[in-house]
Write a protein that binds this ligand. Structure first.
Ligand code: CP
Length: 315
């Protein structure tokens, strides 16, 4: 199948989704990120790989982690980074997204990092820009968040070493989660033999089993003997109707507490992409506990985003 992310030589042209990305490309990103972890730990945290390149952060939807770590990553690669303030931009006067992109392209942009509430926004920009410009999807609607999934894979490999003997559970609001979709594609491509999703029926996409996951509605059963627990945020802003009785009821059944975590393997790690709703999907004792690797995920995100940008620019 034609993959719009790959050029005619099979190299990465854009990063839009983990769906359909071959394992060697995913592994190349993870391996390249390993080499950048050392850079991020030095006194002078810079390499000249993207010197002279102009990178535009276009965040049409709020972000703390993704926008900031992309900016840090670009600066560590010595690129010039522009964070477009969308609220103060001519979007507020009615300029279309593609006209904004056209104008920034006319300023000799080399790369766009795009977050948007509409699924497909980054794909649209990727189809629209000149071939020498690269587009990275930093999260589009419910569709995909590939760099989040990649930093999650990086974190899992760091703590668990090998994907081929793992049992991984993704817990929570799968229906609205671009992170869950991107994680499922990455985990299955990298050879994780058992990926579970644990969720109430109202927060599961139709026919989710077709993605190669095992479905659980009971948290106690779903967490049994897993190596990795990937928690998801309850996405109140994307809920169109009342899908849950109450936040308290949700926490009772699907909130991760120390008691529920004890059903997983004793050395299981707990991850969350952030932002967390403490007391709704995760108890603070777990979020801040010794099995949590939530903050290392953020740190690794810098190296992973450096790797993605360096690989794209190398084409
Ligand atoms: N994980 C994530 O996408 O967080 P932000 O919304 O803060 O970027």
């Amino acid at each position: 199948m034609n993959n719009p992310q790959l050029n005619k030589n099979g190299k990465l042209q854009h990063l839009l989704t983990t769906e359909g990305l071959p394992a060697p490309i995913l592994l190349k990103i993870l391996d390249t990120a390993e080499s950048f972890v050392g850079v991020t730990q030095r006194d002078i945290k810079k390499v000249p790989l993207l010197r002279g390149k102009a990178i535009f952060n276009l965040f049409f939807e709020p972000s703390t982690r993704t926008r900031t770590t992309f900016e840090i990553a670009a600066k560590r690669l010595s690129a010039d980074v522009v964070n477009l303030n969308i609220a103060a931009s001519s979007q507020s006067k009615g300029e279309t997204m593609l006209d904004t992109v056209n104008n920034l392209s006319a300023m000799n942009a080399d790369m766009f990092i795009v977050r948007h509430s509409q699924s497909g926004a980054a794909h649209l920009i990727a189809r629209h820009v000149r071939p020498e410009i690269h587009v990275i999807n930093a999260g589009d609607g419910r569709h995909a968040h590939p760099t989040q999934a990649l930093l999650d894979m990086f974190t899992i490999r760091r703590y668990k070493k090998d994907f081929h003997n793992l049992r991984v559970a993704i817990v929570g609001d799968i229906l609205h989660s671009r992170v869950a979709r991107s994680q499922i594609h990455a985990l299955t491509t990298l050879g994780v033999p058992e990926v579970r999703v644990i969720s109430p029926k109202t927060l599961l996409p139709a026919k989710v089993e077709r993605l190669g996951v095992h479905v659980y509605h009971d948290m106690e059963q779903g967490l049994k003997d897993v190596d990795v627990v990937l928690m998801l945020r309850l996405q109140n802003e994307r809920m169109l109707g009342a899908r849950l009785p109450s936040a308290e009821e949700y926490f009772k059944h699907y909130g991760l507490t120390q008691e529920k975590l004890a059903l997983a393997k004793h050395d299981a790690i707990v991850m969350h992409p952030g932002p967390m709703n403490r007391g709704i999907e995760i108890d603070s004792a777990v979020a801040d506990g010794k099995q949590s690797v939530i903050l290392p995920q953020v740190t690794f995100g810098i190296a992973v985003r450096m790797a993605v940008m360096a690989i794209l620019a190398g084409n």
